[in-house]
Design a protein around this ligand. Structure first.
Ligand SMILES: *Cc1c(COP(=O)(O)O)cnc(C)c1O
Length: 392
């Protein structure tokens, strides 16, 4: 009998369907912005990570087109061979300037930045302490590194302290890894305490500022700046693909740390350099972050507006409603009972012209609606969202 070595895939997909975990893609047929075209229809967009509304900004588009005309579409090789342009260095220096660090290194994505950095910093002889809500790329990097990994309960400093007390001394290097603004919950990690613990237990600290860069801090540098920890010895990674509206990732830190990564991070050494278009767009975005603090102010105005309005909703009779998370950030989370209900709510909103995704396992343990705000949302967009959420 001939066996089908691939038959398990369909069976696995069937299981995914049954659990309401099945995923598929939806094409967006317009420029990014607060109003997008989905399935031939205009919708209000509450699903994007484009917090400052830069992904469709004329200046970024122009910079990307000019860079493509001047240097071509691809960089043709790894940064250490033919893939390095002066533009990459300008971007790295601009990131270091924004973050107030000695240097920075640009990867081809944030995911690659995390997996390459973590696997360069630690190996089998070392220990990693990781928040259980961390992004997939941090978790995957930890796994790839071969280090002993302990996941601590979300932002639980006592638990983390005990883990360090009990296990740190059995390993050579220690590394604590955490998102700063958690992408699916919209809350902040207790960064000041983490910095103290890292120092007390002679460990490195790698913070993921993917959602915080351009959003938090007086100058938009992220949560490290927000918590007045600029200059503290830690490693900051982030992405060029969220508030910066482009594509790519980075790590910012001491000159020594960055020089080390250039020599040891496999996902930087063995991959093709970022395209001129992405590089130029990100560089322009950083200039805008630094020169137009009013965009950040507008985003935070929107956060205050939606929070004030959500407070007034009385949905106590509604069995699906357990309230929005009350953290102060552009990411709002609306927990729902299960994946099926999350899908229903997201579909209902879509019928009303509101695009906000249901986030389900395995991305998160509890299903939810995730709302993200942009600087380019207008008060009437927020009003419309509130009107529909009240009717759920
Ligand atoms: C999006 C994200 C990444 C990955 O960044 P990409 O540039 O999209 O690969 C890493 N960490 C966190 C917390 C993220 O949200």
């Amino acid at each position: 009998m001939v066996k089908d070595a691939y038959g398990w895939m369909q069976r696995s997909l069937n299981t995914i369907h049954q659990a309401n975990w099945y995923r598929s893609v939806t094409p967006i047929a317009s420029l990014p912005g607060p109003i997008i075209t989905v399935n031939g229809r205009e919708m209000l967009n509450f699903a994007s990570n484009d917090y400052l509304g830069l992904a469709g900004d004329k200046r970024l588009i122009e910079a990307a087109m000019n860079a493509t005309r001047e240097w071509g579409t691809g960089t043709t090789g790894s940064r250490l061979l033919t893939g390095h342009r002066e533009l990459h260095r300008q971007l790295e220096l601009a990131i270091a300037n924004l973050k107030n660090t000695e240097d920075a290194i640009v990867f081809s994505s944030g995911y690659l930045a995390n997996i390459g950095t973590i696997s360069a910093l630690v190996n089998q002889r070392d220990i990693i302490l990781s928040d259980e809500y961390n992004h997939s790329s941090l978790k995957m990097g930890a796994k790839l590194s071969g280090a002993t990994v302990f996941n601590y309960p979300h932002s639980d400093i006592n638990h983390l302290t005990n883990l360090l007390k009990n296990h740190r001394h059995q390993h050579r290097r220690g590394l604590i890894i955490t998102d700063t603004l958690f992408s699916m919950d919209g809350d902040l990690s207790p960064l000041p305490q983490l910095v103290e613990l890292a120092q007390e237990f002679d460990s490195m600290l790698l913070v993921d500022e993917a959602h915080a860069t351009g959003v938090f801090g007086k100058n938009g540098a992220g949560c490290v700046e927000y918590f007045h920890l600029t200059g503290t010895p830690l490693l900051q990674m982030g992405t060029l693909s969220k508030a910066l509206g482009s594509l790519g990732g980075y790590v910012a830190g001491s000159a020594t740390a960055i020089d080390f990564l250039r020599n040891r991070a496999p996902s930087w050494i063995y991959t093709t350099g970022l395209t001129p278009a992405d590089t130029a767009a990100a560089l322009t975005a950083i200039q805008i972050v630094q020169q137009e603090p009013q965009r950040r102010a507008k985003l935070w105005e929107n956060v205050a507006t939606i929070q004030a309005k959500l407070k007034n909703i009385d949905n106590s009779e509604n069995p699906n409603f357990s309230g929005f998370t009350s953290f102060t950030s552009p990411i709002l989370c609306y927990p729902l009972k299960n994946a099926a209900i999350a899908l229903q709510v997201a579909q209902k909103l879509q019928q009303q012209g509101i695009f906000a995704p249901a986030i389900r396992p395995p991305t998160v343990t509890t299903s939810r609606l995730r709302i993200s705000l942009m600087a380019t949302h207008e008060p009437e967009h927020i009003d419309k969202f509130i009107e529909f959420i009240m009717a759920i």
